[in-house]
Design a protein around this ligand. Structure first.
Ligand code: GLC
Length: 414
């Protein structure tokens, strides 16, 4: 599957529906390439870094080659980087992937990868600096998304309230392509699409300037999933900076890691037994239950009380469903087992959550989540996501990151 989706040093998430390089998809894919082809794994991150802007942002899409299969394409984004890219970002799994590649190189006794590792470390450091400056200008220790697509969980109920404040009018003419590849009942609704593009129009009119966007954004959520992934990646860069970087870079990572983990720690809600994001426009907690509430496990070491509470909550989400972890639990009114990010299970989310469970001493839960994911993929194939009530495969077919999750998680079989 990875070979089939290879377009020359980078993979597309899937043919047709997503015909370019996507940011966090590629980071997961790089980790899976590292299980059998380290050079190809490095190439995946290098091609992603070609899209990195001068200010450090790594965009959510790099449009290496044209395609008519996707909307919104380069003309809608109107960005000015030397390679065409989108103007928003995605979860920074990049640093975690880089550490993973470096460790694989060490295990294999490979030489000659120091230079690429050091160059990619530079890209990761610039990206983390961008995150903290552009997306946490008030120093909350939490990084914010300005568009639901940045979260990677595009249509999550977590964004419903905040997105409802965004107008549906657009200056761009909307020509959806996704619904010609996949059933409309699995995809976002037209009304939400209008809001997604409204935000793109607005930020394009800001000339993609981070400070202007921050001041203008009608949608601004300090996201625990994003912050957790950034905090984890920051920790993962530390050993690399010790080896390839300077003392100042090391200190910067230690400082960033401290700020982000403290920020996350403050987002725990004991009555809900999970972490919650913060809507920076309304000042309210985002209490809609989504997988994001479990992601901080990957960045924090919880005390015994929180660990027991989150394990019980995790079990409650998996109760009565065929396959965990649902992106929205079945006990919640917004649960839709087939629609994008409103219930379905994603293999890469399970991968990250399993890592977090294991890091917090919940190895049994982690193993059962991983094995359930592997079995579902064996039954349904490398589909985009799964219906938690039946375990059936949904969305697009032939997905790179589902194949990536399969390679990595099946290798962990007891
Ligand atoms: C969808 C997902 C996003 C992913 C992309 C490509 O937009 O929500 O997380 O990166 O597809 O697979």
């Amino acid at each position: 599957m990875l070979a089939r989706n290879d377009r020359g040093g980078y993979t597309v998430p899937t043919d047709r529906l997503y015909p370019f390089q996507w940011n966090w998809d590629s980071a997961f894919v790089a980790m899976s390439f590292a299980t059998f082809d380290l050079d190809r794994a490095f190439a995946e991150l290098e091609r992603l870094a070609e899209g990195q802007w001068n200010d450090g942002m790594i965009p959510h899409i790099v449009f290496h080659a044209p395609s008519d299969d996707y909307f919104p394409g380069p003309a809608v984004w109107g960005t000015t980087h030397r390679v065409a890219t989108s103007g928003i970002t995605q979860p920074p799994v990049f640093g975690t992937a880089l550490r993973h590649l470096h460790e694989a190189a060490m295990r294999e006794g490979r030489t000659g990868l120091e230079e690429p590792t050091s160059a990619l470390l530079g890209a990761a450091l610039r990206s983390h600096r961008w995150w903290r400056k552009a997306r946490d200008p008030d120093g909350l220790g939490l990084v914010a998304i300005l568009h639901p697509w940045e979260s990677g969980s595009d249509n999550s109920p977590a964004w419903d309230e905040a997105l409802a404040r965004v107008p549906t009018i657009t200056t761009t003419v909307i020509r959806r392509k996704d619904t010609s590849h996949v059933d409309a009942d699995m995809r976002p609704r037209d009304e939400d699409y209008g809001r997604f593009i409204h935000l793109v129009d607005l930020y394009r009119e800001c000339g993609w300037d981070p400070a202007k966007q921050w001041a203008t954004a009608p949608f601004k959520i300090a996201d625990v999933q994003m912050t957790a992934i950034l905090a984890r990646a920051t920790a993962d860069l530390l050993p690399l900076a010790e080896r390839f970087g300077t003392g100042a870079e090391r200190d910067e990572l230690v400082d960033g890691h401290g700020a982000l983990t403290e920020g996350l720690d403050r987002r725990w809600r004991s009555d809900l037994a999970r972490f919650v994001s913060l809507d920076l426009v309304s000042g309210e907690d985002v209490t809609a239950p989504t997988q994001a509430g479990f992601m901080p496990l990957v960045a924090l070491r919880l005390d015994a009380e929180r660990r027991a509470a989150i394990a019980a909550e995790f079990a409650r989400w998996c109760e009565g469903v065929e396959l965990g972890l649902p992106s929205t639990p079945s006990f919640w009114p917004a649960f839709e087992p087939r629609r994008y990010w409103r219930g379905p299970v994603w293999a890469v989310i399970n991968w990250v959550v399993a890592d977090g469970l294991r890091a917090n001493g919940l190895g049994d839960l982690a193993a059962s989540l991983e094995q359930g994911t592997v079995r579902a993929i064996e039954r349904a194939g490398f589909c985009e996501y799964f219906d938690p009530t039946t375990g059936k495969g949904l969305g697009g077919e032939g997905f790179s990151w589902t194949a990536a999750a399969y390679l990595v998680l099946s290798g962990r079989r007891p």
